[in-house]
Design a protein around this ligand. Structure first.
Ligand code: DX5
Ligand code: ZN
Length: 231
């Protein structure tokens, strides 16, 4: 089975019909549901809290990938774990005690994910690669859906993929988030990404299943995509 994963971001879903949208994403063949938590401080936007994650967990059996764009994220590990998160991602820019925060997430039995902004170098996460289950590279500056992909993040993807291999973590997921869709998925896969968060590209698509099938076909047909990362 392919290790490629498609993770629709509900930030671009119709919040008035959230349960229906999540069920439709699952029916269309999505692998994970990505949920963006923003605090109006670390990023200039406000979104959802644990109650919405809990509501989503009641309507899907897909893994819930929770992306914390908040200051002091360690305060929210417990509430999001209780709400049914499968994975919790924290930004390296918000964690002065990064090992401790990631360990806190692991100790709660969740997959732990470290996240980097576009301007943060790969070296910032190198010390924690042996610990993490996922690395999420922001391919736009976080805060909003529908922004344009930043191609200058591509070399960082290759570097982190190589660093994960060197750290003995070839199994860890390399996630990309921001401006990902049919126009960008092949190039990020070629640079080692294997999980594709999609907000606008997914929820603005006229038919979710057609979009999922198209993306999978692109990944299969792209001979250079993530060599060695299919299993
Ligand atoms: C942005 C969020 C993303 C967002 C991506 O800060 O982290 O998950 O939903 O949206 P698109 O795919 O539209 O760029
Ligand atoms: Zn996100």
């Amino acid at each position: 089975m392919s290790r490629f994963r498609i993770a629709p971001s509900i930030l671009s879903a119709d919040f008035g019909r959230l349960a229906e949208e999540v069920r439709a994403a699952e029916r269309a063949g999505a692998d994970w549901i990505h949920l963006d938590v923003m605090d109006g401080h670390f990023v200039p936007n406000l979104t959802i809290g644990p109650d919405v994650v809990s509501a989503v967990s009641r309507v899907t059996s897909l893994p819930l990938d929770v992306h914390l764009m908040v200051e002091n994220p360690e305060r929210f590990v417990e509430p999001f774990a209780d709400a049914g998160a499968t994975a919790l991602g924290v930004h390296v820019e918000t964690c002065p005690h990064l090992h401790r925060t990631l360990q806190q997430i692991k100790d709660r039995g969740l997959r732990c994910c470290v996240v980097l902004n576009p301007a943060t170098p790969a070296s910032a996460v190198e010390p924690v690669l042996p610990l993490v289950d996922q690395v999420l590279v922001m391919t736009v500056n976080p805060g909003f859906g529908g922004q344009s992909f930043l191609p200058e993040t591509l070399p960082k993807l290759s570097r982190i993929r190589a660093d994960l291999d060197a750290a003995g973590r070839p199994d860890a997921d390399l996630v990309v988030d921001g401006g990902i869709g049919p126009a960008t998925v092949e190039q990020v896969a070629r640079h080692g990404a294997n999980v594709f968060v999609m907000g606008n590209a997914f929820f603005r698509a006229p038919d979710y299943k057609t979009l999922v099938d198209q993306i999978r076909q692109q990944l299969e047909n792209s001979p250079e995509a993530a060599p060695g990362h299919e299993s």
